[in-house]
Design a protein around this ligand. Structure first.
Ligand SMILES: *Cc1c(COP(=O)(O)O)cnc(C)c1O
Length: 392
């Protein structure tokens, strides 16, 4: 028996097939490489997927969310309610348009914004709610939109991680049987499907889509062969056809990828059930196989028990890394960042988010992983926890 070390297992990895690589070559040879027919085709495909709603694609999910805020007319003097446990992009775009992020604490089980705490954060300046579907698990959309409608607020769903997720049988981004306002997705390399970088916004009306196109490219409207007008300040946020063709090929695999993720997530639960990690205080994600697209499999460590033994999350991550397993960190609490502290935010105002932010760990989960990989991760985490907590 040889003792070859097992290869490094990253927490995520995109699946790109040869057809996609060939399609990129075709676009590069076609003579049209920036935004053109491939981007239009991706928008049409996505629009069909979202039940015919208008869709525009952008250079990344951050630009998508910023433009969603602009379409909703949000700017200086306005407040937007959001979660402190997200990629910092979520609240950065609120600052970028000149508005104020108002952070509401998270639910410790879903790790998403706690809907029951939203109403007490609403002021006369509140214009919108921006929930985040962490790891692809949506919030209760009925409850969310009941609050939004009662207070006449816009909703910008940061569904960057939730392509293919649904709420009670309705895909996130559709609005036939459920309320939905502006919904933003990301196709960044780590998401369930990727265009390397990219994003799309699902809107309500053609008027919003026209505005989205203007904000995407310098505010320009073209008419006829030589007509050009600029009536809003737009930026440079278009998605290239090279990126779009990757997105099209990836989209064709979305259902397969989601199905593979679900099988692997279920295997995680089966493997965890055979360990003593629960008695050590490890908190698993909610086992939602109806709504979630299983963008990530995240555990929350028993941080008090670790700290009592002068141990921390980084020790667990290091022990796993020593066993060739890469963990991710999604996310530290936003209000702990210097920029946000200098703006006057106090992390202690959202205690559940403080705890989640310092004890959450993302375990490897991606479509090509094997059952043996899952078993390796669970064994490695169990060993790391035993040694950190001094269990035999
Ligand atoms: C990825 C992500 C974004 C930003 O998307 P980019 O395409 O990287 O700009 C925003 N919010 C969340 C929750 C994300 O996961």
């Amino acid at each position: 028996m040889t003792n070859t070390p097992l290869p490094f297992l990253p927490f995520t990895k995109p699946t790109i097939d040869e057809e996609t690589i060939a399609a990129v070559g075709e676009v590069l040879r076609s003579g049209w490489i920036t935004t053109g027919p491939q981007c239009a085709a991706l928008e049409k495909t996505l629009s069909n997927y979202f039940g015919g709603r208008p869709v525009r694609c952008f250079a990344n999910g951050t630009a998508t969310m910023e433009i969603a805020l602009r379409i909703a007319g949000i700017g200086p003097g306005d407040e937007v309610i959001t979660t402190p446990i997200s990629w910092v992009s979520t609240s950065n775009v609120i600052l970028t348009v000149g508005a104020k992020p108002v952070f509401v604490d998270v639910d410790p089980h879903t790790r998403n914004i706690n809907l029951q705490l939203i109403e007490q954060a609403i002021t006369p300046a509140t214009k919108a709610i921006m929930p985040v579907y962490l790891a692809g698990l949506p919030v209760d959309l009925d409850a969310l939109y009941a609050i939004a409608d009662k207070h006449q607020l816009r909703v910008i769903e940061d569904a960057a991680q939730a392509l293919g997720s649904s709420w009670q049988g309705n895909l996130i981004g559709t609005n036939q049987n459920t309320r939905s306002d502006l919904v933003s997705f990301s196709f960044q390399a780590n998401k369930n499907i990727t265009s390397i970088e990219g994003g799309c916004l699902v809107m309500n009306t053609e008027e919003e889509a026209i505005l989205a196109s203007k904000y995407r490219l310098q505010g320009v409207t073209r008419t006829g062969l030589d007509g050009m007008e600029v009536d809003v300040l737009g930026g440079k946020h278009n998605l290239t056809d090279v990126n779009a063709v990757i997105g099209l090929h990836q989209f064709a695999k979305l259902d397969d990828f989601t199905a593979q993720r679900k099988v692997l997530a279920q295997h995680y639960f089966d493997c965890f059930a055979k360990t003593s990690l629960a008695t050590m205080g490890l908190q698993l994600p909610i086992a939602d196989f109806t709504n979630s697209n299983w963008h990530m499999f995240q555990v929350v460590l028993p941080i008090e028990a670790l700290e009592a033994r002068q141990s921390h999350r980084a020790d667990i991550m290091q022990k796993m890394k020593d066993q060739q397993i890469g963990c991710g960190l999604h996310y530290p609490i936003i209000t702990q960042f210097a920029l946000y502290r200098e703006l006057g935010y106090d992390p202690q105002a959202t205690p559940q988010a403080v705890r989640v932010g310092k004890s959450i760990v993302t375990l490897p989960l991606f479509a090509q992983m094997t059952h043996a990989d899952v078993e390796r991760v669970v064994t490695s985490l169990e060993n790391a926890m035993r040694s950190a907590l001094g269990h035999a």
